[in-house]
Design a protein around this ligand. Structure first.
Ligand SMILES: Cc1cc2nc3c(=O)[nH]c(=O)nc-3n(C[C@H](O)[C@H](O)[C@H](O)COP(=O)(O)OP(=O)(O)OC[C@H]3O[C@@H](n4cnc5c(N)ncnc54)[C@H](O)[C@@H]3O)c2cc1C
Length: 334
């Protein structure tokens, strides 16, 4: 699409098994903020695809003024080509100027293909969006290994699209506003044309062991400074003793000291808000800080007194991670 959008700030609301993902509410809150920053406010619209969804009124409570439902049997489980075809048709017809999508597993798969079909840009993994003095959306993305925050604009094509990580915008708040108008879009013509090359058959959930990161009150996180797989056992032991969850940075995933990328915290990982966050051997790159900045008490251990993590910490310990982990474990065990 190369024409200017006729208007509307759209949020692609995500549902799995009929349950709406809370990132949709975070994006709707943000869409309302964007609306207030625009020189000429545009309506905030939630679009939801699926077979049906529970609690549509929640989309209204968090900021949707209009809800477009696109319900069909074929859309029950997310499928890239079908969802892209339907959204493309809808966006080409209604011409929103902004489209926000959660940077979830589904959103990260959907957004680039949709952007390519619409011949417009997508700013991925943003940590914020705002409207500038030229009435354009500015997408804020960590750059250069997370050392700086870059502003991305999409001035020549429409819609302006961005994906935002769940949790980076903070806890969504219900807004006092009139109930949204709900309209239905019939996707049958698009679905007949585009039958989809792949068919998703069912959703199988991975079994989780231990305390889930998102729910943990205490997180013991380690970074590259832990030094070895052997030392990593100390991080896990301390987390166990404190009844907490284990988090990590990107290099720890790359080194395979943890079993799953699900333990990574940051822009490409999870956003967490524990009461206590203990960081061992973590430098504090923006990509990581973005995922833990809303933690309560942050205690960091780093051998480098100038490590950026210390700027985001309440308690700063300059020292060797292994030595301090060992001492803490010994003390707790008595
Ligand atoms: C697009 C993109 C997305 C990314 N997403 C993420 C993400 O989601 N999450 C994430 O974490 N990273 C992410 N990264 C990587 C990120 O930019 C950093 O490279 C990473 O967070 C650094 O991890 P670290 O702090 O463990 O390692 P380093 O930056 O190498 O820091 C290691 C720290 O350990 C300290 N240290 C060394 N030895 C010891 C010791 N014996 N005792 C105590 N301290 C010691 C050092 O002083 C140093 O500060 C992303 C990068 C890109 C480009």
């Amino acid at each position: 699409m190369t024409t200017n959008g006729a208007g509307g700030i759209w949020v692609v609301a995500e549902q799995v098994a009929g349950r709406i993902n809370s990132v949709s509410y975070e994006l709707l809150n943000k869409a309302q903020q964007l609306k207030n920053q625009l020189q000429k406010p545009e309506p905030v619209v939630a679009v939801i695809l699926g077979k049906g969804a529970e609690g549509l009124e929640q989309l209204s409570n968090y900021g949707a003024e209009e809800i477009i439902t696109v319900f069909a049997e074929e859309l029950e489980i997310y499928q890239n080509d079908l969802y892209v075809a339907v959204l493309q048709a809808l966006i080409e017809e209604k011409k929103p100027s902004i489209v926000l999508i959660g940077a979830t597993a589904i959103g990260q798969d959907l957004a680039p293909m949709l952007g390519a079909r619409l011949k417009t840009g997508v700013a991925a993994h943003c940590v914020d969006v705002r409207i500038n003095e030229n009435n354009q959306m500015v997408a804020v993305v960590p750059a250069f290994g997370g050392k700086v925050l870059g502003d991305i604009l999409c001035p020549n094509t429409s819609p302006q699209m961005a994906t935002l990580k769940p949790g980076v915008l903070g806890k969504p708040v219900p807004l006092e506003k009139p109930a949204a108008v709900v309209t239905a879009f019939d996707p049958s013509a698009v679905l007949q044309e585009d039958q989809g090359r792949i068919k998703a058959l069912e959703i199988v959930r991975e079994e989780q062991t231990g305390v889930p990161l998102e729910e943990a009150e205490v997180i013991v996180a380690g970074g590259w400074g832990i030094g070895s797989r052997e030392n990593w056992d100390l991080v896990e032991e301390l987390a166990r003793l404190l009844g907490g969850a284990v988090g990590c940075t990107r290099p720890v995933v790359d080194e395979q000291w943890v079993q799953s990328e699900q333990q990574m915290i940051g822009t490409s990982g999870k956003s967490v808000r524990p009461k206590v966050y203990l960081a061992f051997g973590i430098s504090g790159a923006t990509h990581h800080l973005c995922g833990m900045k809303d933690s309560g008490l942050v205690i960091s251990v780093n051998k480098d007194a100038t490590a950026p993590i210390f700027e985001a910490s309440d308690v700063r310990i300059v020292g060797d991670a292994r030595t301090i982990l060992t001492a803490l474990i010994k003390r707790i065990k008595g």
